[in-house]
Design a protein around this ligand. Structure first.
Ligand code: SAM
Length: 329
């Protein structure tokens, strides 16, 4: 029996991008660099991690090759992330090339926004239609406390640059930490009343060894209650095919939206459609696990396209059923 998932007209993808639990994997998240111009407290590990040498980082042409192969298997959506993707030279030319790959229907970027204004022209020419921008606070001092840099104004101007350019939707990602920015939930949500932004609240995931501990976790039900109490019951918004794991709502009559991402309190592993490619060219079947398979090494050693595709297919097939991060609260 052949199986073609609804909405996927890409014949080559039949069975090739289905994992062993039956999930269809069509989304590749690529980290293009380990470097970042911020040091967010929930992201950066306590101990110093040495920077990767340039030689180890996948070159753009290597990444384009891997995306081409992945697209043949059934990947249709690519997200560029980091580190901070905009610190890598030539990033927008690379993104433009990804748009040209057959079967890639959506290319998006997750950025901290610091360089968006400076890169305005490249941004406009890149073909990017949607952006995710991290914004954890509206308070410049707190921004510096969270990120280690006094760049709030630059980020806000970056958001406005993208907005004025007509990029839509602009999704603002906020990692909620109880005693740090937990008191700003309603202020951040209120941005969706003024602008058509999607303000998304993300549960803090205790990964690696960041200085933020589990006592700072705030779960989506609590966040939602705060918003319902302030703005009245949130109105559900229909999911679309390109939605990630966020559940979508709107404050009544708001031009923008509210999104909730609950990797801990109500994890969405059964719906997960993603794999990750690290900046050193290793494929991870789960974004939140360290298990990885090298694809860049074989590519550099001259592996055949069919062999490289086999690597991608095996990674997809063996995707774990769940991320394994426990809710200890
Ligand atoms: N530098 C870019 C940025 O700041 O958006 C892209 C990389 S950043 C690692 C990608 C996303 O991961 C951001 O939206 C950030 O908020 C989120 N993130 C990082 N560490 C996290 C954690 N421990 N828990 C939840 N979200 C986290």
């Amino acid at each position: 029996m052949t199986f073609l998932a609804p909405g996927n007209s890409h014949e080559h993808s039949i069975l090739q991008n289905i994992d062993k639990t039956g999930r269809q994997i069509n989304y590749l998240r690529i980290s293009v660099t380990d470097r970042c111009n911020l040091a967010c407290m929930y992201c950066v590990p306590k101990e110093n991690i040495p920077r990767l040498s340039h030689k180890k980082i996948a070159r753009y042409e290597e990444l384009v090759k891997i995306v081409n192969l992945a697209a043949d298997i059934g990947i249709t959506k690519v997200r560029i992330t980091g580190g901070e993707p905009l610190v890598r030279k030539g990033i927008f030319t690379f993104i433009k090339k990804l748009h040209d790959i057959k079967n890639i229907r959506d290319v998006t970027v997750t950025t901290n926004g610091v360089l968006l204004k400076k890169q305005k022209i490249n941004l406009r020419n890149s073909g990017i239609k949607r952006l995710n921008i991290s914004l954890d606070t509206l308070d410049p001092e707190k921004f510096e406390f969270i990120t280690g840099k006094n760049y709030f104004e630059q980020v806000w101007q970056g958001i406005m640059t993208a907005y004025d350019m007509g990029i839509s939707p602009i999704k603002l990602n906020c990692v909620v930490m109880k005693h740090i920015n937990g008191n700003e939930i309603t202020d951040l949500a209120a941005l969706s009343l003024k602008y058509p932004f999607h303000v998304r609240f993300i549960e803090y995931m205790p990964m690696g060894s960041s200085i933020v501990d589990e006592t700072q976790q705030m779960f989506i039900p609590e966040i939602r209650e705060i918003l319902d109490n302030k703005f009245g019951p949130l109105v559900p918004v229909q999911k679309s095919v390109f939605d990630g794991p966020a559940t979508r709502f709107r404050i009544r009559n708001a031009p923008g939206e509210i999104g909730f991402i609950s990797p801990i309190s109500s994890h969405f592993c059964s719906e997960c459609n993603r794999i990750r490619l690290t900046s050193t060219g290793r494929l991870r079947p789960c974004l939140l696990r360290n298990t990885e398979t090298d694809i860049l090494g074989p590519l550099r050693q001259g592996a055949l396209d069919s062999e490289l595709k086999e690597i991608i297919k095996t990674v997809i097939k063996n995707k774990p059923a769940a991320h394994g991060i426990e809710n200890k609260n």
